[in-house]
Design a binder for this molecule. Structure first.
Ligand code: HEC
Ligand code: HEC
Ligand code: HEC
Ligand code: HEC
Ligand code: HEC
Ligand code: HEC
Ligand SMILES: [Ca+2]
Ligand SMILES: [Ca+2]
Length: 403
């Protein structure tokens, strides 16, 4: 009942600015409008005074909870239920020390309202990022987003790409590369050292890798030409009956999902610009061809295959990668160049020391593995930084293909 009264009160309040504006105007049309609005306000006031009926209650909620809702609430939930936001389950673990800002619904709402969370406190009953984390449905009575303000990344760079700003509030590196990278005893470095797991905004933006003195950096044009950035690629709805698996696009936030037991990539968010883009057969990657043979295996392959190949020049399951042949080695001889391999493949040396440039190479390698798009977010910046890192470890590395 109290909620319903609030809804009515909100309706009255929403009318007041229009009334004020009209009252200060003077034309005949606006006088008629003023009279109409006044009578609407009187009606609402009378309802408030008389108490609220079941019918009023239902009407205020039916847009979303009625039998023929205006918004596809239930479908959105079906997708959300397959998402990492729902299922990765770190809200209980990553609670406190400031982690709650991104990992808990409660922490993010506090952050959006006040600009901070108290690192010394924690959320007593934390929940995963969910509908009310991103939407203000019971405050504005629509699907407005909780925040789309431009985001200042931790190195001071601004991220400002429409609705993608919501994503960037959480999916950003937690440290500044320049401050994190130092010459270090090997024993002091653990598998979770680095940029933290979600540095996608920094990568899309083309900032906050450990950049090399004397080099120029640039970006693929996605950050300039996608109006809503992250949202356009990750939430585009696939077309067609078989494409409409709740695991792909929409509120799954996934670009790759399973259809008939095989990984399917969603091209819906790309087709407006990459007209012929398809899934690369036998993979969960896009077939967009690279501009050059960046991993230098003699073939010009798809962009994501080339970027994976460049990552394997650092750490390869066949051994011999630049971070596997340091003394001491950072990764074991059969470590995969993947997100999981960052911990399972870590060598864990107890002795020895790594130089600043070696630590910078580790930082940059991890940054682009943790980004996980294999160049789709920003192929140009990714290859530039990875090439500079390889060159810094081995001056004989041929970087003539650097974009
Ligand atoms: C600025 C926002 C932010 C902060 C602060 C943050 N995280 Fe995260 N974290 C993320 C995002 C975003 C992901 C998911 C990234 C992805 O899957 O690519 C993530 C993923 C994780 C994962 C999952 C990694 C995996 O193996 O799948 C763990 C564990 C984690 N964070 C722990 C923590 C802890 C502990 C803290 C506090 C010390 C913390 N996070 C602080 C944003 C943040
Ligand atoms: C991580 C953030 C996030 C979460 C969690 C989230 N949404 Fe959304 N939602 C969005 C964004 C961003 C859009 C806008 C998409 C667009 O413009 O294409 C959106 C759009 C919508 C829309 C479409 C609104 C319209 O005007 O057409 C509905 C309905 C919706 N969300 C419902 C839900 C429901 C229900 C849940 C929980 C089960 C949920 N959302 C969870 C971010 C989120
Ligand atoms: C703009 C859409 C919208 C309107 C209008 C709306 N709701 Fe909701 N409501 C939601 C969403 C989204 C959820 C979360 C759904 C989910 O978790 O799948 C929700 C969930 C709920 C829940 C479950 C608890 C919770 O918060 O998750 C209750 C109870 C509820 N709404 C009551 C109401 C009432 C009463 C009204 C009318 C006064 C109302 N809602 C109007 C969107 C709306
Ligand atoms: C409130 C912070 C927050 C917001 C806002 C947010 N995310 Fe996330 N996102 C996370 C966290 C935290 C995780 C990992 C959840 C966990 O570990 O429990 C995650 C996971 C994901 C994953 C799954 C990664 C995996 O490992 O499976 C994708 C994809 C994703 N987010 C995309 C987006 C997109 C796109 C947006 C914007 C529409 C967005 N996120 C908005 C915090 C956020
Ligand atoms: C040009 C399209 C595009 C844009 C823009 C984009 N992404 Fe991605 N993103 C991808 C692709 C493609 C992948 C690789 C998906 C895969 O292999 O599962 C990916 C991977 C990810 C992942 C890892 C998902 C997983 O399951 O491993 C996260 C998290 C993510 N992106 C978040 C974001 C965020 C946050 C933004 C905005 C700052 C963003 N993306 C912008 C296309 C895009
Ligand atoms: C709004 C237009 C637009 C959308 C949407 C878009 N892109 Fe792009 N993308 C571009 C443009 C323009 C370039 C620069 C092309 C060039 O340099 O040849 C580009 C570059 C790329 C590159 C790097 C190419 C290279 O050789 O450097 C990849 C990979 C890529 N896009 C993948 C994707 C994927 C995958 C999607 C969808 C998930 C997507 N893009 C969505 C416009 C878009
Ligand atoms: Ca190649
Ligand atoms: Ca290759």
């Amino acid at each position: 009942m109290r909620k319903t009264v609030v809804v009515l009160l909100a309706a009255v309040l929403a009318l007041l600015p229009a009334l004020a504006a009209l009252a200060s105007g003077g034309s005949e049309g606006s006088k008629a409008e003023l009279a109409r609005l006044n009578s609407e306000v009187e009606g609402l006031k009378a309802k408030l005074a008389a108490g609220v009926s079941r019918g009023d209650f239902g009407a205020a909620c039916a847009d979303c909870h009625g039998p023929t809702p205006k918004y596809p609430l239930l479908g959105a939930r079906l997708g959300y239920d397959t998402s990492g936001h729902r299922n990765n389950d770190n809200s209980y673990y990553a609670n406190g020390q400031g982690c709650q800002k991104c990992h808990t619904n409660e922490g993010f709402i506090e952050f959006a309202a006040t600009g901070k969370v108290d690192p010394k406190s924690f959320v007593a009953y934390p929940s995963q990022p969910n509908c009310v984390t991103c939407h203000t449905q019971h405050e504005t009575w629509d699907f407005g987003l909780r925040t789309v303000k431009a985001v200042k990344l931790v190195n001071g760079a601004e991220f400002d790409i429409g609705k993608g700003n919501l994503c960037a509030a959480c999916h950003q590196a937690s440290g500044e590369a320049r401050a994190v990278v130092k010459a270090s005893p090997a024993a002091s470095i653990f598998p979770f050292w680095g940029a933290h797991h979600g540095p996608q905004s920094d990568v899309v933006n083309g900032t906050n890798a450990w950049e090399y003195r004397g080099q120029q950096y640039s970006s693929s044009p996605h950050k300039q030409i996608l109006k809503d950035g992250c949202v356009e690629c990750h939430m585009a709805l696939p077309e067609g009956r078989y494409g409409l698996n709740p695991e792909i696009g929409g509120h799954s936030f996934n670009i790759v999902g399973e259809v008939h037991e095989a990984g399917k990539v969603n091209t819906a968010g790309c087709l407006a610009c990459h007209k012929d883009i398809k899934q690369l057969p036998g993979t969960e990657l896009f077939d967009l061809k690279a501009k050059a043979d960046f991993d230098r295996d003699g073939r010009v392959e798809a962009v994501q295959v080339e970027v994976q190949g460049v990552l394997e020049l650092f750490v390869s399951p066949k051994g011999g990668g630049a971070l596997q042949t340091l003394n001491p080695p950072m990764f074991g001889p059969d470590a995969p160049a993947s997100f999981a391999g960052l911990s399972t493949g870590w060598a864990g040396s107890r002795n020895g020391q790594w130089s600043e440039l070696q630590m910078a190479a580790l930082y940059n390698y991890k940054l682009f593995v943790e980004d996980r798009s294999r160049g789709v977010h920003n192929a140009t910046y990714t290859i530039q930084v990875l090439y500079d890192a390889l060159k810094s470890l081995d001056p004989r590395f041929d970087d003539s293909l650097r974009p």
